[in-house]
Write a protein that binds this ligand. Sequence first.
Ligand code: ADP
Ligand code: MG
Length: 590
Amino acid sequence: MMPMITPSRALIGFLLALSLVPVFAAQFTVTLVNYIGLYALVALGLVLLTGIGGLTSFGQAAFVGLGAYATAYLTTRHGMSPWGTLIVGMAITTAVSLALGFITLRLSGHFLPLGTIAWGISLYFLFGNLEALGGHGGIDGIPPVDLFGLELGSSRGFFYVIWATLLAAIVTTQNMLDSREGRAMRCLRSMTMTEAMGINTLWYRMVLFMIAAQFACVSGWLYAHLQRFVNPTPFSLGHGIEYLFMAVLGGAAAVWGAVFGATAVTFLKEWLQDVLPKLLGVAGNFEMVVFGLLTILVLHRARDGLWPILMRFIPQREQVKTVEPALPLPRRDVLACGSEVLKVVKVTKRFGGLVANNSMSLSVRAGEVMALIGPNGAGKSTLFNCISGVNPPTTGEIRFMGQRIDALNSREIAKLGMSRTFQHVRLNQDMTVLENAAIGAHLRGRKNFVQSAWRLDREEERRLLWEAAHQLQRCGLGEHLFDAAGSLPLGKQRIVEIARALCSDPTLLLLDEPAAGLRHLEKKALAELLAKLRAEGMAILLVEHDMDFVMGLADRVVVMEFGEHLAEGLPQEIQTNPKVLEAYLGGVEA
Ligand code: ADP
Ligand code: MG
């Protein structure tokens, strides 16, 4: 009987076969696998950048060139040791990537890829035109790397350096993605939500960009010492595009997709180069034509690349489905019940000619549920966006625990202790319910991406996940911790958003239509939860259409119509207020 393939067996088999390549394989194959390792390292950076961060870069080859030229120049012209030049190369790459990232990562849509093309071209021409770098002729005579006195001049010896580097990069990347930092990175596509959870999205884009650039730089350094000669050709825009192909064809959502993509593209091109001239009977670079067509086919048929397809043939490991108990996270001071938490004074919000909020005022106290009601389009969500800094007011004043916040951005406001949910659910549908909730606890962790890459964040990570599990349990989602958020019905997804908001330990909670899509018993449970939070001293501002829900729960109600303050009072008063009844067309229903 064939032994069953499992992920760990597949990995062990792969590593074993890999380690034997330099021992048994022909020189040609060793060289090819060396190059696969170098390509995969660059593609791994693109998995982070593109697959995780949603940023497309065509310019990675230029960073490979930075690493390669830094060591070529410094070892041959200044006699520096290769290990020294590696550090210098990485320092240069850090500086260049931060500078380029600072400019280009603020661009949106197609401007970002265009930006990467622009600097990809500039750096390429810089390499070719600088006399000190040997111009188009390049630099030769690059010394081999020596490791503990062992000179790694042969491509067989260097094989282990290349692949050990790649594997280390894969492991640290995987660690990083499976952490607080990684969760933030995986949510970068949903910028509004991520910022509202207190996460600095520009910073995380910069980090991803810098890591991808470092991987490319190290690949370039390895390349220079493998080849012992550099010229500008391998660092052109064309190669930058090829790296992107490798990542996307392999599967940009998984770190192993990079290795698979680099392998598939390299072997495929070699093979096509071999068979096409024979098949066609003429010599020429037809492999690029066929390669291009195949790429289109794969992207058409398998948008997520080839890796997920391969994984279908390997039974996946049972996910660990427990959350380890840990110490609770420190909490904010609770305000005395009745003290004013939020004060909105004459807030006006204009969208061009449309006045969505017109001189709106309201206040919310600690230990109070304040309901904001009004017909669709009245401007309730707009007011939420003003209060939470998602879309700041045009004029007016907003104070949160006495401090003016109308000029702060949503990230700064989240830090002060306000958290919110969205009328249109904003979850990462592919992440688990637990991971989604843990995003809300982001600000309660401190460990950075280097610490998570090296697993120095485990204690904190346990505490964050424990908090997320606890909040989800409170919200009645204890059975769904490990389900993909997208697999839940929409009503439950809204509750995940509430748990996520609670993970930040907020003083003020803003809920935009939390009961929409819930069944009767679920609404009842939600009302009980909110009543409990109120009893603990939390301030809650709530937009809701279900009048039974609102009237049964709220302490005070504010009614909006056409962006304006229509009425305010106790639930009973609102229910009998003639103005309100008229606004609701003769009945309290919506
Ligand atoms: P509610 O939440 O009470 O249903 P909204 O606050 O969503 O109402 O919308 C109030 C008005 O503002 C609507 O007319 C809506 O079309 C408009 N509006 C909301 N957001 C924007 C925006 N970003 N740009 C332009 N108009 C907007
Ligand atoms: Mg709304």
